[in-house]
Design a protein around this ligand. Structure first.
Ligand code: NAD
Length: 438
């Protein structure tokens, strides 16, 4: 099968690189010419472990990059839609990119003899594949679904920082569609790609779309739950949130993953998907009381970090504060909805002097704050004369920080939002999210 991928961002580029590296004939397309040029020159658009080497391999084997959607529609049997579905100004899902791509597919399909299967991998609210994307393609192509093309919802579950491994070995493939033949063809494609042991879940399009939102809402709920318990721990002398997480995590009904207390969830998926499903719930008359509490708890985390800093510095005005880690998680340079950005904004409003460090994400942050903050090239530069250091992202390099590194701080105050350092080894004032003071 000839495969096409429309939208070469985190999801599309990873998928294209994995398929191409395995010798599967694939055309990747994006509407952004600068991105296309960069990909053709074998450079990944963002930092992601293993991605660049898979991309290079794919380009040398069977991945073709194009800006021509017609080429995809006229040649491909399977067309994956992986364009962005960001938050609009109102917070609800912005479908403009997926609507554009759907119209463009339809126009190219009008004079094509192919009958492709269009596979919606982008995250969209329940009903979108059938009620929005399908009619747009039908109108633009003047062909009916089932006759001129097939349509399937196939949400993606990869984790940034791990995209290649997750694309190579997903825990589950969810396929939502009403046409048995096309569902089976897609299953066959995935079985060839992943082997016979891959787990499938087949359902209708709206349930497949709902599974994605339920998945992300549950993950966000776990994070906010443990963050709430962590706030309790912080107020109870001697308690340790990681031991609490360990203790409940061994219960098979609960599980240990996503029980790491910290500054709250961020990134390109959880915040936007939660906000969208909250608004979607209200629109269809279901009170989203639980999910709103999840969101409010997340917002509280960053405020608590500010309170911790203020408790020790009294006033943060004109104080030199170091932020370590800017990306929303380690092994990624993605700063979308990163809690570090939120923290910097709050501290700037309070007139602190901010110096930041991140192994990969500094350039992305420069675009937001320009010369309002200082960007350190090294950890020693970041800590020099600082009056407080806040560890936000658990990059490996920060786990190795020791007394020598803090030597040149003006005030040796360390706030560890991820508990990656050990209080007993440090000769500094050490505060951590989720650790009760002795
Ligand atoms: P992204 O913003 O990184 O990339 C989207 C790409 O689509 C961009 O390169 C953009 O130029 C391109 N594009 C936009 N309109 C286009 C058009 N009309 N034609 C061709 N290309 C177009 O987005 P992403 O993070 O890869 O996410 C894609 C989808 O997958 C979203 O719905 C997202 O919610 C979902 N998702 C993302 C992740 C993740 O970790 N990033 C995980 C699971 C699901």
């Amino acid at each position: 099968m000839q495969v096409g991928i429309i939208g070469l961002g985190v999801v599309g580029l990873s998928f294209a690189s994995v398929l191409g590296s395995k010798g599967i004939s694939v055309i990747g397309m994006d509407s952004d010419f600068q991105k296309i040029e960069k990909i053709i020159s074998k450079k990944s658009l963002f930092f992601e472990p293993k991605l660049e080497s898979f991309l290079k391999k794919a380009l040398s084997k069977s991945l073709e990059i194009s800006s021509d959607i017609e080429k995809i529609v006229k040649n491909c049997d399977l067309i994956f839609l992986t364009v962005g579905t960001p938050k609009s100004k109102s917070g609800f899902i912005d479908l403009s990119m997926i609507k554009n791509a759907s119209k463009n597919i339809g126009v190219s399909l009008r004079h094509s003899t192919k009958k492709p299967i269009i596979v919606v991998k982008s995250t969209v609210v329940p009903g979108t594949t059938t009620n929005v994307i399908k009619p747009l393609i039908e109108r633009a192509s003047r062909k009916k679904a089932g006759k001129g093309f097939e349509i399937i919802a196939n949400p993606e579950f990869l984790r940034e920082g791990n995209v290649i491994d997750d694309t190579l070995k997903p825990h589950l493939v969810v396929i939502g569609g009403s046409n048995k033949n096309s569902v089976n063809r897609l299953k066959k494609f995935y079985s060839k790609l992943y082997g016979s042991k891959i787990k499938f879940m087949t359902t209708n399009t709206q349930t497949a779309e709902m599974i994605k939102y339920a998945n992300n809402s549950f993950l966000a709920t776990k994070i906010s739950f443990i963050n709430h318990i962590s706030s309790l721990c912080q107020s109870i002398s001697g308690t340790n949130i990681d031991e609490v997480a360990e203790g409940i995590g061994v219960d098979p009904r609960i599980g240990r993953l996503f029980l790491n207390a910290g500054p709250g969830y961020g990134g390109s998926c959880l915040p936007k998907d939660l906000e969208t499903i909250i608004q979607f719930s209200s629109k269809i008359g279901v009170n989203p009381v639980l999910l709103k509490a999840v969101q409010q708890t997340n917002d509280l985390q960053i405020k608590q970090i500010v309170q911790l800093i203020e408790k020790k510095l009294i006033s943060v005005k004109n104080k030199r504060i170091t932020i370590l880690g800017l990306s929303f998680k380690e092994n990624s340079d993605d700063i979308r909805e990163s809690r570090s950005i939120e923290l910097i904004k709050i501290l700037l409003r309070k007139n602190s002097k901010i110096i930041v460090h991140d192994p990969k994400a500094t350039k992305n942050v420069e675009r937001i704050f320009m010369n309002k903050i200082t960007y350190a090239n090294s950890l020693s530069e970041a800590l020099l004369n600082s009056q407080c250091v806040v560890i936000m992202t658990p990059w490996r390099v920060y786990t190795k920080l020791n007394n020598n590194d803090f030597q040149k701080m003006k005030k040796k105050l360390v706030i560890d939002t991820r508990r990656i350092l050990s209080r007993k080894n440090l000769n500094v004032e050490y505060l951590a999210i989720g650790l009760g003071l002795n």
